[in-house]
Design a protein around this ligand. Structure first.
Ligand code: PEP
Ligand code: MN
Length: 358
């Protein structure tokens, strides 16, 4: 074959490639339109019956030289890429996404702005046990200029025989202490039925890790006028976490904070594995404030400080940690709560490191 012939054939091939490029992109645009029509009518993106028909059509019309199986394999790749394209379009449209809203969402908790660039500390006991217990922790916090008080009244416990929380009485205690010391109450609700009553006492509704995909609960908190602190599920991917938050925004509540609290992995040295890189990923993908719970992620008192430093350094909007006047007798999470002197040391070390500036 002469050089001239080769160049000629290569020229033809380039033309065909350009036609294929145009055709594939034209196909992609049609797929995008189909995606929009389906999303409006609530239909699933993947339609196996339709895909089977397209593969059969290829088989019926194939005149070679490619084998039908080879072509079907190639087309399957195109179908798959098209599905992903539809998915990307949907993600672009998520209310939580940066693509939808470029600027950071700032959640105002009675004057404490979360997500405004100044990194905060959220503290308090794991469970509310008594007025005195909460007051002691809250006073120590107040001394440090920290107003964001967490405490569990409805406790999601692994064993039904463990302390289940004081319920309404616990919320009353939190409210009383918060009112006395001008603080902000963050507490978990576990069922849609608890929301209305809890809303009378709490400033922020926490959705715990075990309920991250309790979609009825997410829809209900989406419909109330209270900020929500949503924790990442024990085995939830970042994508699932983002979509759980989307449930809340989709119902109209935009005051959502995401909290990385460690995920289940094979590693046993810590209670969970703090997925530290989830923090910048969530900050990039969403406009919501991102928090790090160093207590439930590590499950180890000795790791609270390094985990908090890491979280602040990587850009968390707040760090959550549990504090109890006497952790040894705490009714839950005894191994990882700090006592009050440890809490003061923790803050001192964070300030000394230059990472915590308040
Ligand atoms: C809590 O913060 O009290 C709690 C139970 O945490 P998680 O839902 O992350 O386990
Ligand atoms: Mn706890």
């Amino acid at each position: 074959m002469s050089n001239e012939q080769l160049e000629n054939l290569r020229g033809q091939l380039d033309d065909v490639n350009m036609k294929l490029l145009d055709t594939i992109n034209e196909r992609a645009r049609i797929v995008q339109e189909i995606g929009q029509v389906k999303s409006v009518s609530g239909q699933k993106r993947f339609d196996p019956v339709r895909e089977r028909k397209m593969l059969d059509m290829i088989a019926e019309n194939n005149e070679g030289p490619f084998e039908t199986s080879t072509l079907q394999h190639l087309f399957k790749q195109i179908f798959q890429a098209s599905l992903e394209l539809q998915e990307d379009d949907n993600r672009k449209a998520l209310l939580v996404s940066r693509k939808k809203k470029a600027e950071d969402t700032i959640v105002d908790l009675k004057g404490e702005e979360i997500g405004n660039g100044s990194q905060k500390i959220i503290a308090g006991p794991c469970s509310v046990e008594s007025y005195e217990q909460v007051y002691e922790v809250a006073s120590a916090m107040k001394e440090q200029g920290i107003r964001l008080l967490r405490g569990g009244a409805f406790k999601p416990r692994t064993s039904p025989y463990d302390f289940q929380g004081l319920g309404l009485e616990g919320l009353e205690i939190l409210r009383r202490v918060a009112d006395e010391l001008d603080m902000v109450v963050i507490s978990e609700v576990m069922t849609p039925g608890e929301i209305a009553e809890a809303s009378e006492y709490v400033d922020v509704i926490q959705i715990g890790a075990r309920n991250m995909q309790n979609f009825d609960l997410l829809k209900e908190v989406g419909a109330v006028d209270k900020p929500v602190l949503l924790k990442r599920g024990l085995s939830a991917t970042i994508d699932e976490f983002i979509k759980a938050a989307e449930y809340i925004l989709a119902k109209g509540n935009e005051n959502v904070m995401l909290c990385e609290r460690g995920i289940r992995t094979f590693e046993k040295a810590t209670r969970n594995t703090l997925d530290i890189s989830a923090i910048p990923v969530l900050k990039q993908e969403t406009h919501l404030p991102v928090l790090a719970d160093v207590t439930h992620s590590t499950g180890r008192r000795d790791l609270l400080l390094p985990a908090a430093k890491a979280a602040l350094a990587i850009g968390a909007d707040a760090v959550m940690a549990e504090v109890h006047p006497d952790p040894a007798v705490a009714l839950s999470d005894s191994a990882q709560q700090m006592d009050i002197p440890q809490f003061h040391d923790f803050l001192q070390s964070l300030r000394d490191s230059g990472l915590y500036k308040l």
